[in-house]
Design a protein around this ligand. Structure first.
Ligand SMILES: Cc1cc2nc3c(=O)[nH]c(=O)nc-3n(C[C@H](O)[C@H](O)[C@H](O)COP(=O)(O)OP(=O)(O)OC[C@H]3O[C@@H](n4cnc5c(N)ncnc54)[C@H](O)[C@@H]3O)c2cc1C
Length: 327
């Protein structure tokens, strides 16, 4: 039977059990959040044994080379020895909140200041730790640079971290964040390459960061941003994005709502799911760079559809906003 060695102990891994669950069952405290191999909170380093390739997906190649892996999706076939990650894998920034305002009735914009890693780019996500109990959740950056980080947080009913960030945290409160993580950012792109962005809810945050970065860097290709919401009240920054579209002829903003509210839409918003509206408009995505952020189901289906429409897999970047499982 496969085992996991940690410090001076050796624990048997039950069939189908992950390294995270095995260690947690034996009282080892490992931070985790999404438990689907996306947020990277539960990263560990293997010092011997074979880590399944699937447990290293999405990690930077420098981390893969050093044996880092995501323990929540790691089911090893043989015994592996593991240790806690160093700060290279999880660069820590001490931040404090400087401002908070509401973008719509459920979505707050929070600005933090701190000494962020130079390589951090708008669109990447960070893991924020609540100081009182160490609860960790991921949030994507709408803007990062000059010592400041902007995030958009949607308050979920009963959501522990989102309620704290939206309703309780006040300016000056210090917290610890790790990151940046993820590949949703503007880089390595031909300046004439067309870009398609589809986001739902606060999936707008990283897309806004990427679009602003691309425009500031002189991107010449078309940038089409589809922002989707269940209802019109869920859209936000509508006038700012319309203004941006007026300023840049290559930037197009297409707000979409699943259900139109009588009397309020007046043709201003597309009454269609954002990913379906994009598919209707753009049948051929050959040569496109595609960014998909927000609801996991939307991200999954839009990724598949983009690939089938001709976008190359290496040009599709996605961050599904997975909600942590209860418990
Ligand atoms: C890579 C990544 C990036 C992310 N970026 C962002 C971001 O920029 N902005 C952002 O707001 N979030 C983002 N998230 C989601 C975020 O990390 C949290 O999961 C979210 O804020 C909820 O955390 P919570 O502690 O408030 O909720 P929890 O206390 O963990 O639980 C929320 C509860 O709500 C329930 N629930 C699930 N889905 C819904 C729903 N759609 N509506 C209502 N209730 C629901 C769940 O069953 C659960 O009981 C991101 C996630 C990932 C993985």
């Amino acid at each position: 039977m496969a085992c996991v060695r940690f410090q001076n102990s050796k624990f048997e891994i039950q069939p189908g059990q992950t390294v995270l669950d095995c260690l947690t069952e034996h009282g080892v405290r490992i931070s985790s959040s999404c438990k689907t191999g996306i947020c990277q909170t539960c990263m560990l380093r293997s010092t011997s044994g074979t880590v399944p390739v699937s447990a290293q997906q999405g990690l930077r190649s420098t981390l893969v080379d050093q044996g880092y892996f995501l323990s929540c999706v790691c089911i090893p076939a043989d015994t592996i020895a593991v240790e806690m990650p160093g700060t290279q894998a999880n660069p820590v920034t001490h931040v404090s909140l400087v401002a908070k305002d509401w973008l719509n009735e459920d979505t707050a914009r929070l600005m933090f200041e701190g000494d962020f890693p130079d390589e951090a780019k708008s669109g990447q996500f960070f893991n924020i730790e609540r100081p009182s109990d160490g609860l960790i959740r991921s949030y994507s950056s709408a803007q990062i640079g000059m010592g400041s980080l902007e995030i958009h947080v949607r308050r979920l009913p009963g959501g522990k971290m989102s309620s704290w960030l939206c309703d309780e945290i006040s300016p000056g409160v210090p917290c610890r964040i790790t990151g940046p993580y993820g590949a949703c950012y503007y880089a390595g792109c031909d300046a004439d390459q067309p870009i398609l962005m589809i986001g739902t809810g606060t999936g707008l945050a990283p897309l806004l960061g990427i679009a602003n970065d691309a425009l500031a860097k002189g991107h010449r290709g078309t940038i089409r941003l589809y922002h989707g919401s269940y209802r019109t009240s869920g859209l936000y920054l509508v006038s700012e994005l319309k203004l941006l579209a007026k300023q840049y002829s290559n930037f197009e903003y297409l707000p979409c709502v699943d259900f139109g509210e009588h009397g309020t839409d007046k043709g201003e918003f597309r009454i269609k799911r954002a990913d379906l509206a994009a598919a209707e408009d753009l049948a051929d995505l050959t040569g496109y760079r595609v960014f998909l952020c927000g609801h996991p189901e939307m991200v999954k289906s839009a990724k598949r559809r983009s690939y089938l429409a001709g976008a190359s897999l290496k040009d599709i970047f996605a961050d599904p906003f997975v909600i942590s499982p209860v418990g």
